[in-house]
Ligand binder design. Sequence first.
Ligand code: 13P
Ligand code: SF4
Length: 295
Amino acid sequence: MNLIEKIKNLKKEKDAIILAHNYQTREVQEIADFVGDSLELARKAMNVDAKIIVFAGVDFMAETAKILNPDKKVLIPSRLASCEMASYLSPEMIDEYRKKYPEAKVVLYVNSTATCKAKADVICTSANAVEVVNSLDSNTVLFGPDSNLAAYVATKTNKKIIPLPANGHCYVHTNLGVENVRRDGILMVHPECSIELQKIADVVASTGGMVKFVAKSNAKRFIVATERDMVSRLARDFPDKEFIPAWSNAICLGMKQITLSNIYNSLKDEIYEIEIPEDIAKNARRAIERMLEVK
Ligand code: 13P
Ligand code: SF4
């Protein structure tokens, strides 16, 4: 029996489901029951009818699934699958900024730790950040940890957006500079990229937003300015169109820790289980649910 068949058998036997992010390799996407962006995955996690969720993505995504499903077993196949951006923000920094701007609300990008989420007023993803910010009654918003997404939101709202911290970013997206990006097709740019790159884009969108944009477009050739494997997702959905990574070195090392072989081990040995202390999970859940009420 090959590895794919073994994974399929174990999924049935253990009543498990595999959720995968759009940045996973094509073979991982193909074995998954559902592939999506951060928001789609969070929503899907809430409606999963299975005992075990195996999360093919990075830590904050698996944590979000666990926070929304405290009674389910949520597994991440590798402890090294983590999002570097989340480490730019600590709970202490949030406390400090809150003291400095007592009138402000705190909006945290889902790419943050559970402990930070527990201190936020509301969470957002890149698919709903503008709507979440505009839903607040405060005119000043502390937004973190991605300063590029904060800059994007600032161009779409009348509210004052203060990045928290000033330098939070994703190395994969900030290395996609205006100078190393191809321009020989419709340019789709993720809002984690620099504002300079966002300005020359044909569309700025979350990974799920890119899928929706392509579905509506008559164009045949797209340059994809985000993690390289986004083209795997797009090529699967739209085999008649051409997708080119804006820069072939845009690779998220955290995402690439997930492989067919560690998915198999994860299912077999039920490792590595995500556990979040209930006091943190409770407050983080409130902030995530607030987001899900908005969009
Ligand atoms: P999306 O929500 O657009 O999938 O983005 C998640 C992410 O980590 C981008 O780097
Ligand atoms: Fe985090 Fe960047 Fe990887 Fe997205 S691409 S998971 S923001 S490190």
